[in-house]
Design a protein around this ligand. Sequence first.
Ligand code: C2E
Ligand code: MG
Ligand code: MG
Ligand code: MG
Length: 289
Amino acid sequence: RAKEDGRNNYKFYTENMNKRALERLEMENNLRKALEKKELFIVYQPRINLKTSRLVGAEALLRWKQPTLGLVSPVEFIPVAEETGLIHPIGKWILYSACKQAKKWYDNGYSDFKVSVNISAVQFQKEGLVDIVREVLLETQLTPRMLELEITENTIMQNTERTVETIQELKEMGIEISIDDFGTGFSSLSYIKEFDSDNLKIDKSFIRDIGLSASNESIICAIISMAHSLGMSIIAEGVETIEQLEFLEDSDCDEVQGYLFSKPVSPEEFTALLHNRTIPTNPSNTYVG
Ligand code: C2E
Ligand code: MG
Ligand code: MG
Ligand code: MG
């Protein structure tokens, strides 16, 4: 009896494994075709300066609408793209498309804000990123000061020396650099300082716990004041409530991004936001996907 159960468990286990492996393979195959089938698109989430309440930036976020699966989250498909190397053509496409969009906004008179593009670790570590960025800027004719690249804390913890060099070369082109998801890795601010990045984005896990944990709030305050003393701006991501917003204002945070202001939107919707330039808080946004 026990033996039989064991066999059934094993059977169940391998069936599950096979199912997962198949799903994975299917995603890989679908992702290979996604670019040419035009299933990928970009949405833009506003970044707001807390002192002026003005819209100062947009984060470009990738979306994949797969015909049978519907909307697939980047959290699911970016890792697959990284493992298969598909991140290289996809990443270049995102960079090009976001720069082209930014140039359109520039041409329409919206020139004093930035578009930020996420660069994956695999993309960042590959030789030639700086050339790709230079080429894209040349092709799209976008002024470099309107482009920002987001690199995660985990990315900069790999291959330190080359990372410092690459960031330096990008900065010399006039592009801004942000460290994304700060606080999720195990680096310290003194380590971060070596990379000379312009901005630091505090991970949304810290913002979520505002009002729930006093020690978490002390950490946020410490990160903000240390980042400032190192000459970096601070952006809080994942701001969903008025309470979080007020805490961040009191703590001298520079910029915020989150559903409280707006979820990521289409380029057309973003143009409408740019037209008004300030965004009212809207707590009901929080419940929009
Ligand atoms: P990220 O770069 O840290 O992006 C912020 C994520 O937080 C986005 O999720 C955004 O939609 C979400 N977010 C914004 N405001 C709120 C809020 O108030 N509450 C909550 N709970 N979430 C909020 P998204 O678009 O699903 O992207 C997830 C991650 O996937 C990104 O994290 C980034 O690591 C990766 N990703 C997305 N687009 C790209 C891309 O174009 N290239 C690369 N390499 N990675 C990307
Ligand atoms: Mg980001
Ligand atoms: Mg982040
Ligand atoms: Mg800045």
